[in-house]
Design a binder for this molecule. Structure first.
Ligand code: PLP
Length: 352
């Protein structure tokens, strides 16, 4: 039975413009073989995997939920072109390009790259396949190019306006108050599924980047009365600024939804222990997580995000931080195209 809290959240979301882009609800998968590989029921909690890698839009992933609201907002403003930014292998950029196709809009992607001519593979190949126009911004570190890519976005906006097309700029990762609605709705869906299964998980693990997912999951957990602690695993540095952003956009979403609940900084802390050398650089623990999930459950994690989130869960099991009596949920946020890049092939074969 749907709880009153979930019904209230769904009613608030139903008042927001939204276009259907994702196949929902996504399934929950009981990862029994993974549990066996981590010591079985005597050592490892029950691990449920929420399969948001199966949202279907453009090979799936977490951004589909955010884009349902962002693209609807763009259309309600009469926009013809979606513009967004990210690193060259951005999943968000690929899914924005896919969403633009479905919505009948143009798409311009401003992508930072550390090499002059990035290989036409993985997400970048799909961006082109979806017909997006790509502007590359060279940078020594993809996460440090923010100022540079802003200048290019301003140029693209001016070009679109000059051509008589109204642009709509989606912030990096789709992480804005409107984007946050995606995981407020995702939480209502998850809490309802867990209730129907009769389980009360203690933690929800997921990989946290630009923090829109985290803002939505945290606000959603508060609104829906979720049983679990929202356990974000950071994949990139810059916690102080990002935590403030998460708070700002979560509370902007709450205001837009007409709800009085608010999230605070302590609700939004992430675990910084699994970033490794930096954003987009695979870690040994992450590569092990990719191999274990592939060989136990045939589930594909990605080298940049989900592998680091799952590495945290595995490490917490091995360190005895989780009791076998618990149930935990791992939110699989997608990212599979990055497996089909030269850099992943190199990292994987070096470690094998
Ligand atoms: C596969 C995957 N997982 C997790 C994330 C993190 O989501 P957020 O940027 O909302 O923190 C991203 C962001 O691009 C992603 O592509």
């Amino acid at each position: 039975m749907t709880s009153a809290a979930v019904t209230r959240v769904r009613a608030a979301l139903a008042r927001q413009p939204r276009i259907p882009l994702a196949v929902l609800p996504t399934p929950i998968y009981d990862a029994t073989r993974l549990r066996d590989a981590l010591g079985g029921p005597a050592r490892c909690p029950r691990v449920l995997i929420k399969r948001d890698d199966l949202t279907a839009l453009g090979l799936g992933g977490n951004k589909a939920r955010k884009l349902e609201y962002l693209v609807a907002d763009a259309q309600s403003q009469g926009a013809a072109t979606l513009i967004t930014t990210g690193a060259v292998q951005s999943n968000h950029a690929r899914m924005t390009a896919a969403a633009a196709c479905v919505a009948g809009m143009r798409c311009v992607l401003v992508l930072t790259t550390t090499v002059d001519e990035p290989a036409m593979a993985g997400n970048l190949l799909l961006d082109r396949l979806y017909g997006a126009s790509v502007r590359l911004v060279p940078s020594v570190d993809p996460m440090l190019a923010v100022g540079q890519d802003e200048a290019v976005v301003a140029e693209v906006v001016a070009d679109e306006e000059a051509a008589g097309r109204r642009p709509y700029v989606i912030p990096i990762g789709g992480s804005s108050g409107i984007g946050v609605f995606g995981y407020v709705g995702g939480t209502a869906e998850l809490v309802e599924q867990l209730d129907a299964m009769g389980v009360s998980p203690t933690r929800l693990y997921f990989a946290s980047g630009s923090r829109g997912t985290q803002a939505g999951l945290t606000l959603g957990a508060k609104l829906c009365g979720a049983s679990y602690e929202v356990t974000g695993i950071a994949v990139s540095a810059g916690e102080p600024e990002k935590i403030e952003r998460a708070k700002r956009i979560a509370n902007d979403a709450a205001t837009r939804l007409g709800l009085t609940e608010r999230v605070d900084l302590p609700d939004l802390v992430t675990d910084q222990g699994f970033i490794g050398e930096g954003y987009g650089i695979p870690t040994d623990a992450g590569l092990e997580a990719i191999r274990v999930l592939a060989r136990t459950e045939a589930i594909l994690l990605d080298p940049c995000y989900t592998s680091k989130g799952m590495a945290a869960l595995i490490q917490h099991v091995r360190a005895g931080k989780l009791s076998p009596a618990e149930t935990v949920v791992f939110l699989h946020t997608g990212g599979m195209p990055a497996l089909f890049t030269e850099s992943f092939a190199k990292a994987f074969t070096q470690q094998s």
